[in-house]
Design a protein around this ligand. Sequence first.
Ligand SMILES: [Zn+2]
Ligand SMILES: [Zn+2]
Length: 427
Amino acid sequence: MINSPNSNPESDRPMIIDDSDRYSRLKLIAWWEQEKIAAARILVVGAGALGNEVIKNLALMGIGEINIIDFDEVQESNLSRSVLFRAAHEGQAKALVAADMARDLNPDCDINPIVGDILTDIGLGFVADMNLVICCVDNREARLWINRMCWKTNRPWIDGGIQEINGVAKVFCPPLGACYECAMTENDYRLISLRYSCPLLRKEDIQQGKVPTSPTIASIIGGLQVQEALKLIHDLPSAEGSALVFNGLSNNFYQTRYPRRPDCLSHETYDEIIDLPLMAKTATADELFVQLKKTIASQDLTDSSWQIIMDRDFLISLNCRTCGIERQEQIPLSRVSAEQGICHTCGEVCHPLTTSEIECDSELAKKTLFDLGIPEYDIIKVSDGLETLFVKLQNDSPQLSRHAVKVSSQPTNRTGSTSATFQCKEC
Ligand SMILES: [Zn+2]
Ligand SMILES: [Zn+2]
């Protein structure tokens, strides 16, 4: 142990550095609270160049729970920009490799990989359990989706984007600030609608443009994202509702604040979430209606027609406009392969007839929620035409199997008590 010059002007005591404490240098930062870092639960979406840098920083600092979602595999071309990947990892899932390597960096962290797609595989309950989400993806569709998930669950998120040696980090704090969609331009909408114009092409069938990036800009923007996360965790003022823009060629760095658009479609926040002891893979939609009616029996609600309003489209049939043939094919639209979407007679791409509403006592309501495209641990929007209710599939909670502690609608730390929530400073 050595005594160091005191860096905290508020204290006259000499500061003790314990070199056997992994976090001793971090704790010298005046406002640093390792307990808050150890209690934080973060979801990182994307384990590419940016995700690698973010995960590395989170692990080094000892973030309590790091969840990593990515559907991709490590390729040789990733090795020039991804600090966690090695040549031997080629062909392995990025999420699994990143989690393994981050555990090696810091065994204190609870690191959970999810090999999957944020658009289809993560329930809202999972996001609601996080303190914040850090987004390291390369497309607008996923960003818009994450934006809406975070607004619905009232969780802040930090976006990152890199190109060549330039980049931007954006901080969004629901419910009152400007969101990602508030800042979207006509061109952003046009590019997203291009992806939607052919709904039967799955993500892997769409030729993604490869964005040129360097490991240096991934470090800079990944570092900025994690620093903003640190501020949110410590309840310090952050860059909420604004973008931190860095031009690496001119070394120009500036912050620009977004105005909140009153007509923005992303500002729905779910309140009063009802926990039901159901699982997506075993409960049918009708079982959800029955449970919900039992639960709210004491409330003054009319027993009219109930509907599940889904976030994702469900395919009813495929129609070939050339042949006039209609083929019944009832699965979630996201699970339709490009091959399935082709007319068996003429080979043209079929037009899908879809729905996003499941009525009580209908044929579709006999299907399990999972078969309707609802992910595990989701929060489901249910309406009887008068009231809208939000139902969480509580028995899918990873907490039930991993920690056996009660999960509230607020994020909980490891001792089970409610941790600090990161509200917009204007709220
Ligand atoms: Zn908005
Ligand atoms: Zn045809």
